[in-house]
Write a protein that binds this ligand. Structure first.
Ligand code: SF4
Ligand code: SF4
Length: 349
C-alpha cells in the first residue's frame, strides 16, 4: 500500500477532479424529533453537499449497487416474436465519496456472493466495476460495534481511503487511478511523523467504539441455542416490517416478479430486494409457509448473518454498522439479541 498526505484544503480540489463523473456521498437530509442530524447517501451537486463528519447514514450505499427494484429483462413482441432486452444499469463511472470502513467491508462481503460465487450477478458486478470509491475515516456512534465484527478498518475494496489528521489527510492509495489523481493536487509521500499521526488518529477513533458483540464460538453457540426460548421472545417483539434488511448494507435477498401488459406486447421480469423478516418470505406455491411465525424468520436472519455465512466464507455477514438497531421500531439490536442468546454473558454494551 502507498501512503500519501495532502493538506485538508486540497480535498475540494480532489472532489473537483473527480466531478467529471457523478459523485455520490453522505448528505444531510434533515433532523429527527430530537434534532439529531439525519444523513443519507445521495448524488451531490457540489463539494459543499458532502457531510463527511456524519456519524452514520440511515441507509447504506447498497442502493447504488443493488437497487430496491430492478428490471432483469424486458420483452417486446415484434413480428410474432419476443425481443429480449437486458440492461445492467451501469451507464457511466460513478464516484462514491466518503464511505466508512464498515460500508466498504460490506461491499467486499457482497462481492464474495455476487461477483465471486458460482452464479455471479452481472447487474451488481457492472455497477461495482464502474465505481471509484473514496473511503473516509469515521467517528463511531454509540450503536457502532464494527470492531467486534472486524470491520472497523479496511484494506481493500476502495481506490483511496482518507483519514483526517489535524490539518491534513492521510491517504491510503489502492489503485493506479487514485495515485495519478493525487499527483494532480499538492501531496507528498507520508513521513514517519505522518505515520505516527495516523496511528494516533486510529487509536482515538477506537476509544469511541463502545458497543460490542462477543463473537467467540458464536456459530457453535447458535447451533446449541437453536431452540432457545429467547428466539420466541424476540419474535414476539418483532413487527415483521423488514426495515432491518432494507437499511442493512449486506442484506441481498430478493424476489422476482413477472408482468405481462394487457395488450400482450410487452413483458418484464423484475427483481425486488426482500427481507427474510416479511411474513411471506418463505411462502411457496400452494400457500404453504415454511416460516409462518415471526420468531422463526427473525432467527433465520441471525443464522444467515452469524452462522451460515461464517461457515461458507469464514466471516460474518454483519459489519456492525448498527443501522438495523437504529431503524427498528421494536428496539431490536444485534448486540442485545446475541447477548441474550449467549445467556447474558455479554451485556451488549
Ligand atoms: S426492523 Fe425490527 S421489527 Fe422490523 S423486521 Fe427487523 S427486527 Fe423486526
Ligand atoms: S445486521 Fe445490522 S448491524 Fe449488521 S450489517 Fe446489517 S444493519 Fe449493520
Amino acid at each position: 500500500m502507498i501512503f500519501k498526505v495532502f493538506p485538508a484544503e486540497e480535498l475540494a480540489a480532489l472532489y473537483e477532479l473527480l466531478a467529471v463523473n457523478p459523485i455520490v456521498g453522505p448528505v444531510l437530509k434533515g433532523r429527527d424529533k430530537k434534532d439529531n442530524a439525519l444523513y443519507d447517501f445521495a448524488l451531490t451537486s457540489g463539494f459543499a453537499d458532502l457531510a463527511l463528519d456524519y456519524g452514520q447514514t440511515m441507509h447504506s450505499a447498497k442502493k447504488f449497487f443493488l437497487p430496491h427494484r430492478e428490471d432483469l429483462c424486458t420483452f417486446t413482441l415484434s413480428d410474432h416474436d419476443w425481443d429480449k432486452h437486458v440492461d445492467y444499469g451501469a451507464y457511466q463511472h460513478t464516484v462514491l465519496f466518503g464511505l466508512h470502513p464498515c460500508d466498504i467491508n460490506a461491499l467486499n462481503k457482497l462481492d464474495k456472493v455476487l461477483m465471486e460465487s458460482v452464479y455471479p450477478n452481472p447487474f451488481y458486478g457492472a455497477k461495482r466495476s464502474n465505481m471509484f470509491i473514496v473511503g473516509h475515516s469515521c467517528s463511531p456512534t454509540p450503536s457502532c460495534f464494527c470492531r467486534s465484527m472486524a470491520s472497523d478498518s479496511v484494506i481493500r475494496g476502495f481506490d483511496l481511503f482518507l483519514t483526517r489528521l489535524d490539518d491534513s489527510y492521510f491517504a491510503e492509495v489502492n489503485s493506479a487511478k487514485a495515485y495519478h489523481l493525487l499527483e494532480k493536487i499538492k501531496s507528498y509521500h507520508a513521513t514517519d511523523r505522518d505515520h505516527k499521526l495516523f496511528r494516533h488518529a486510529v487509536s482515538e477513533k477506537n476509544k469511541k467504539i463502545t458497543a460490542q458483540v462477543d463473537t467467540s464460538d458464536l456459530t457453535k453457540i447458535l447451533d446449541m441455542e437453536f431452540h432457545a426460548d429467547v428466539w420466541q421472545e424476540w419474535g414476539d417483539k418483532c413487527l415483521s416490517c423488514g426495515t432491518c434488511a432494507n437499511v442493512c448494507p449486506t442484506c441481498y435477498c430478493y424476489g422476482v416478479e413477472e408482468e405481462v401488459d394487457l395488450d400482450l406486447r410487452h413483458a418484464r421480469k423484475e427483481k425486488l430486494l426482500y427481507s427474510c423478516n416479511l411474513v411471506d418470505f418463505a411462502e411457496v406455491a400452494g400457500g404453504h409457509n415454511f416460516r409462518p411465525e415471526s420468531h422463526t424468520r427473525l432467527k433465520y436472519r441471525y443464522y444467515h448473518k452469524h452462522r451460515g455465512f461464517v461457515e461458507a466464507y469464514e466471516e460474518s455477514l454483519c459489519v456492525g454498522c448498527g443501522r438495523c438497531g437504529n431503524a427498528c421500531l421494536a428496539d431490536i439490536t444485534v448486540p442485545e439479541v446475541i447477548a441474550s442468546v449467549r445467556g447474558g454473558d455479554n451485556n451488549g454494551k
